[in-house]
Write a protein that binds this ligand. Structure first.
Ligand code: ASP
Ligand code: MG
Length: 417
């Protein structure tokens, strides 16, 4: 039998107490004892990163990001050491490793660093000695030798990067959810668990996906074709594989309905319709690193058009200030903003080659008297901006309209698992 190499990552809620840590150690031990090689990656214990960052704010609102990283990285340092102890206690030889011991080399951007290089010699040597490496997630080291972190939720990215570098057979993400559902079960009781979903769909479900794992880790997994598995460490036997699309994949038209309440809408009214205007409106936002999501511009009738777009709610104030500065310069009439909106999206591979999906979606919303304010599409997603109060209703209505509660909607091919 071939020995499989599995990277197992455990989130903070799976490590909340010593009891939790011991339970996770048993999961790792079982995986190893059934003949696999395991590299464990751990987050900080539940709430620890928040606690540390709050502490920093109590000391200083202006703390340098270098020091914030030095502080936040200690959460993972503690849980990696504790996990190695718990494993040894079970008779499983284990060693903890910090980012700088590998070293997981990143760029200079403190608090949101990107991985540049990830040597595997030390880990391979450890595995060869039949010892389980326990890697502290979320952290790295830059060329100056300073500690960096990969952004909130960054342990997922550590795990996928390790799986890619080690050419692991799978990367398991263990948390308190047992996978991806056709909708948020808290909103839609009919929501069905999905056994598989493609990287592309998961990325389009970013708002929902981000609650499950750092979206950057999915991008990385897709790039390096790392099979990702979402699993619960709390005893559910369900899981969701995130995998590549196969050529002969018999796919569901729609895999899931997602609700996002994180965006706000801005409309620049009566913008003179001439070259360069959209650029003038959006350039300052790009410079301020504000992510513009949907953009709509109508055809002009009398030389003027309305230009509407969405940004994260948290960036609304800044965006308003920046756009207000340009509206007089470009001769537009006024700026209107609205943060009482929700975005409901249908995501599925079948959208590409199944005509009528958009019509079905709009019909279902119309049937409930829900007005669509904006529409945007990709080849596997259709999103509508609607009034915030209809968000949850829209999810249920669309879940019904696409009959997502039925299992035969799920794709039927054989994935290699
Ligand atoms: N502990 C870090 C955070 O809370 C990283 C992680 O959990 O993935 O963001
Ligand atoms: Mg997480």
């Amino acid at each position: 039998m071939n020995v499989a190499l599995i990277v197992q990552k455990f989130g903070g809620s799976s490590l909340a107490t010593p009891e939790h840590i011991r339970r996770v150690a048993r999961i790792i031990a079982e995986t190893k004892n059934s003949g696999n090689q395991v590299v464990a990656v751990v987050s900080a214990m539940s709430g620890e990163t928040d606690r540390l960052l709050k502490l920093a704010r109590e000391i200083s609102e202006e703390a340098r990001e270098r020091e914030l990283d030095a502080l936040a990285a200690t959460g993972e340092q503690a849980s990696a050491a504790l996990m190695a102890m718990a494993l040894e206690d079970l008779g499983v030889p284990a060693r903890s490793f910090l980012g700088l011991q590998l070293p997981l080399l990143t760029d200079e951007q403190h608090t949101r660093a990107r991985i540049i290089k990830l040597p595997t010699e030390r880990l391979k040597k450890t595995l060869d000695q039949d010892i389980v490496p326990v890697v502290a997630g979320f952290q790295g080291v830059n060329a100056n030798g300073d500690i960096t972190t990969l952004g909130r939720g960054g342990s997922d990215t550590t795990a996928v990067a390790l799986a890619a570098a080690l050419k692991a057979d799978a990367c398991e993400i263990h948390s308190d959810v047992d996978g991806v559902y056709t909708a948020d079960p808290a909103i839609c009781p009919q929501a069905r668990h999905l056994r598989r979903i493609t990287y592309g769909e998961m990325l389009e479900m970013a708002d929902m996906g981000a609650k499950i794992l750092q979206i950057r880790s999915v991008e990385l997994a897709r790039k390096f074709k790392v099979p990702l598995l979402i699993k619960s460490s709390f005893g559910s036997d369900k899981c969701t594989w995130i995998v590549e699309e196969e050529i002969n994949m018999e796919s569901a038209v729609i895999s899931g309905i997602i609700l996002s309440r994180n965006e706000a809408k801005l409309s620049v009214i009566r913008v003179p319709d001439r070259p360069g205007v959209a650029y003038r409106i959006l350039a300052p936002l790009a410079e301020a690193a504000i992510n513009v999501d949907m953009i709509i511009q109508n055809a002009s009738i009398d030389g003027c058009t309305d230009f509407t777009f969405t940004v994260p709610k948290t960036d609304l104030k800044k965006t308003r200030e920046l756009v207000e500065q340009v509206i007089t310069e470009i001769g537009a009439q006024e700026l209107r903003t609205d943060d009482d909106i929700a975005k409901v999206s249908a995501v599925g591979l079948g959208i590409k080659n199944c005509p009528g999906v958009a019509a079905r979606m709009f019909k279902a919303l119309a049937g409930e008297g829900i007005n669509i304010q904006m529409i945007s599409t990709s080849d596997i997603r259709i999103s509508c901006v609607i009034e915030a109060k209809y968000g949850e209703l829209a999810v249920r209505v669309l879940h019904d309209a696409f009959e997502l509660e039925k299992r035969n909607n799920e794709r039927t091919n054989n994935f290699s698992q």
